[in-house]
Write a protein that binds this ligand. Structure first.
Ligand SMILES: Nc1ncnc2c1ncn2[C@@H]1O[C@H](COP(=O)(O)OP(=O)(O)OP(=O)(O)O)[C@@H](O)[C@H]1O
Ligand SMILES: [Mg+2]
Length: 399
């Protein structure tokens, strides 16, 4: 992926439309955070409104910390002074803003260099940690029935964005998983089939265990037989999630309502953790305990995304009271809607069924909070998206 940083949203949008699939960030600090959590990032395009000193500081830092990552400097005008200082500071390319073709080919070159560097210095032989292509979010609540499967299926469909990204949804509710039912899929294989393969499990073997749902969305189903879950240990889960992070843009993990070893393995692999609760005292008490446990286990707070489901319930608890009690802000609120069970009964996540539904808006909010921009908003007009999804719905309806 490519990250674009510019302080002016209009300039950033113009660069994004020239470069296609990319993430827009609005400050150099946001770039630092982005690359810390995205070890697979290979190119940063620094736009013309970012001052030269900050751009040079970023480039020289990257030269030491992440040699494969290329910084491309875009300036209104390029003169020999800028060019020579940039090269000294470790900038990979300097291009003029109006030369869109040159910017695009600088990005392509940067990606080729990154790939070559990574091949020449495989994991362990370089100062960089092994980069993975994708980012992983675990959806968790310690209390059952709060909406984990609802959120994870919808989040996966939202991130897949009708084929813009490749997403895998992993059903880690190994005893009672119902992702396959919620998506009306009939898996030929499940995670249980990975057990006999063990350490020999590689990408191609794992791919054969996945079930396709809709464009960009694939799932690894939970076992069908009772009792099998005991054979799936946390080291196998770690191995599977690590392979999936290399194979997909996003990995979404649905979980059981318990802190078991497999869930902890998922937390360890997570770039973001969505913690979901409903507006009732038992659910909120469990959420509070969960936050305390995550603190004890040192999972960084900036990766937590608190989500309230059925947030419009009139139960006499205000959001600000809840935030005060939890000591953490609520990132998204999913309203209660009878369309949620209705769409689950048809096996189509509500985000695909109705892109403008308030529940869809809330799921988009979770995705944005966790990963920033995950799609090119301007690549497909809204009407076309709903058209595509309607035709997808008709296909699902027939099967
Ligand atoms: N926002 C909502 N509006 C209406 N119904 C909802 C909403 N969210 C979830 N539900 C319904 O609540 C029920 C429980 O949701 P879900 O299965 O997603 O919870 P869960 O946390 O995965 O449960 P479990 O712990 O059993 O795995 C389902 O019937 C679902 O359709
Ligand atoms: Mg569930």
């Amino acid at each position: 992926m490519t990250a674009i940083v510019d302080l002016d949203p209009a300039v950033a949008a113009a660069l994004k439309s020239a470069l296609g699939h990319s993430i827009v960030l609005d400050s150099v600090d946001a770039v630092r955070r982005h690359i810390d959590t995205n070890l697979g990032e290979d190119t940063i395009v620094v736009g013309p409104t970012v001052d030269l000193d900050s751009a040079f500081e970023l480039a020289s830092l990257m030269r030491v910390q992440r040699p494969s990552l290329g910084v491309i400097l875009v300036r209104r005008r390029v003169d020999t002074n800028v060019l020579s200082s940039a090269m000294r500071m470790g900038v990979r390319d300097v291009v003029e803003e109006r030369d869109i073709a040159a910017i695009a080919s600088a990005v392509t070159r940067s990606k080729e260099v990154a790939r070559a560097l990574r091949q020449s210095f495989p994991e362990g032989e370089t100062a960089e940690p092994g980069p993975s292509r994708g980012r992983l979010i675990t959806v968790f609540s310690a209390k059952g029935g709060c909406g984990k499967t609802t959120l994870s299926t919808n989040l996966a469909a939202m991130l897949a964005d009708n084929g813009t990204n490749e997403v895998v949804l992993v059903d880690l509710d190994l005893a009672f998983g119902d992702v396959a039912i919620a998506l009306q899929m009939f898996p030929k294989h499940t995670i249980a089939d990975a057990v006999p393969i063990g350490d020999d499990l590689d990408e191609s073997a794992l791919r054969s265990l996945l079930t396709n749902h809709s464009p960009g969305l694939t799932a690894l189903a939970a076992p069908m037989q009772p009792g099998v879950e005991k054979t799936i240990d946390s080291s196998l889960v770690t191995h599977i999630l690590s392979l999936l992070k290399d194979m997909f843009d996003y990995v979404v993990v649905d979980t059981p309502p318990a802190f078991d070893d497999q869930v902890l393995a998922a937390f360890d692999a997570s770039d973001a953790i969505a913690l979901i609760a409903t507006l009732d005292i038992p659910a909120l008490k469990n959420l509070k305990l969960t936050l305390e446990t995550l603190d004890l286990l040192d999972y960084p707070r900036e990766n937590w995304n608190l989500v309230l489901n059925r947030a419009d319930s009139k139960v006499g608890l205000s959001i600000s009271e809840v935030e005060k009690t939890l000591g953490h802000s609520i990132g998204a609120q999913i309203p209660s809607s009878r369309d949620v069970p209705a769409t689950i009964n048809r096996g189509v996540p509500i985000v695909l069924d109705d892109p403008k539904h308030p529940v869809t808006d809330a799921v988009r909010q979770v995705a944005l909070q966790a990963f920033g921009e995950f799609r090119s908003e301007d690549s497909i007009p809204d009407t076309e998206i709903s058209g595509d999804r309607r035709s997808f719905m008709r296909r699902k309806g027939k099967s």
